[in-house]
Ligand binder design. Structure first.
Ligand SMILES: [Zn+2]
Length: 84
């Protein structure tokens, strides 16, 4: 289950557990049960951004969870979730 996370200031779907920044989520699948199941992984990915440097910022550009080697805007989550 892949999700695309995009930094946002209004109506975020998820908040970073460390700094409280909000993110919109775009999902590869629309099943809310699968989305709920993937949330811990997204929280972990957000925590990881702060792991090496407590002052680290989240990427300004959208990123995928789990990370994807291609361009984020061409990921399945971005295309199917309607982020593009
Ligand atoms: Zn954060």
């Amino acid at each position: 289950m892949q999700a695309l996370c995009k930094l946002t200031n209004d109506s975020p779907d998820v908040l970073c557990p460390v700094c409280g920044k909000g993110f919109r989520l775009y999902w590869e699948r629309s099943s809310s049960a699968q989305q709920q199941a993937a949330l811990p992984e997204i929280h972990q990915a957000l925590r990881d951004h702060h792991k090496e440097n407590p002052f680290a910022q989240h990427p300004e550009v959208p990123f995928n969870v789990p990370s994807w080697s291609g361009l984020p805007q061409f990921s399945a989550a971005a295309l199917l979730g309607g982020a593009a």
